[in-house]
Design a protein around this ligand. Structure first.
Ligand code: HSE
Length: 289
């Protein structure tokens, strides 16, 4: 039996659409076994117990790559801690678990980078699967679908607060509202901020995040899918968040703050006062993956 823990991630970080992602210390836990025959699931809802299960699809992708045929496979969901379809990497946790589990069952034939290549191929972009596999803040670019990346170990002096609404938003739906083309002006806006963001994290210049985390590629379009989006963003800013951005494809809004309990308590009180059934959790940076 192989046990695999996969961390939550936050993709995009504002301007880094499909290219920047950060890893946290919140985990989904899975177990994998090669069994005598068939496909066996444990711990999943009935609707996920079939060949379309993303974990199994990801296992098959790795098995096919190395031409390995297991007799049978058992997949167990041990702990589901990453909120589902909220922009915190729950789907990518399935992909990463599947490829790691399959690599273990087949005798560890592939390196981490080779596993990453397969995971990126499945997800289509690198900014969740790469930080989940590698930890820290990952900056990644695809060339012919192959990821080239660099990792920054993030100093843990800043605090991340995930404000999680009580509804799901699939990445597929959230990608449908994006524009097909971007103006040069918006391109310059984002590319300059993405570069500033990476430098700010690398050098610990967190005061730059206020400017660096804003975005014109996806947030203005996806924000419209989220009830109370502007109010929550404004309230985070009023409570002196260093920056606020839409985590991944949303709907979670992520606030970065130097304040600890103060920020969380202020936001919690405001959510209750406004009868908004949002959860708020503190996430710690995970530089290991
Ligand atoms: N970069 C991706 C997106 C992350 O924004 O669509 C979500 O999987």
């Amino acid at each position: 039996m192989v046990r695999v823990s996969v961390p939550a991630t936050s993709a995009n970080l504002g301007p880094g659409f499909d290219s920047i992602g950060l890893c946290f210390d919140l985990f989904n836990v899975f177990e994998f076994d090669e069994i005598d025959e068939g496909l066996c699931f444990e711990g999943f809802k009935e609707e996920f117990c079939n060949e379309n299960n993303l974990i199994y699809v990801s296992m098959k992708a790795l098995f096919n790559k190395i031409k390995f045929k297991p007799k049978g496979v058992k997949i167990k969901l041990v702990e589901q801690n990453i909120p589902i379809a909220r922009g915190l990497g729950s789907s990518s946790s399935c992909i990463v678990a599947g490829v790691i589990g399959a690599n273990a069952i087949s005798g560890y034939q592939l390196s981490k980078d080779e596993i990453l290549d397969i995971a990126v191929e499945i997800e289509g972009h690198p900014d969740n699967v790469a930080p989940a596999l590698l930890g820290g803040l990952i900056v990644a670019a695809l060339d012919d679908n192959k990821p080239y990346y660099s990792k920054i170990e993030v100093n843990k002096v800043v605090n991340f607060y995930a404000l999680i609404p009580d509804f799901m938003l699939s990445t597929e739906e959230a990608r449908k509202v994006l524009p097909k083309e971007i103006s040069l002006k918006d391109g310059v806006y984002n590319v300059s901020r993405a570069a500033l963001l990476v430098a700010a994290f690398a050098q610990g210049k967190y005061e730059l995040l206020k400017i660096a985390c804003s975005d014109k590629f996806h947030q203005p379009y996806r924000g419209k899918l989220i009830e109370n989006y502007d109010d929550v963003m404004n309230e985070c800013n009023k409570n002196k968040a260093l920056s606020v951005y839409l985590s991944g494809a949303g709907p979670t809004i992520m606030a970065i703050s130097e304040e600890k309990e103060f920020f969380k308590e202020k936001m919690r009180t405001w959510l209750v006062q406004n009868k908004m059934n949002w959860d708020i959790i503190e996430l710690k940076i995970n530089n290991q993956g």
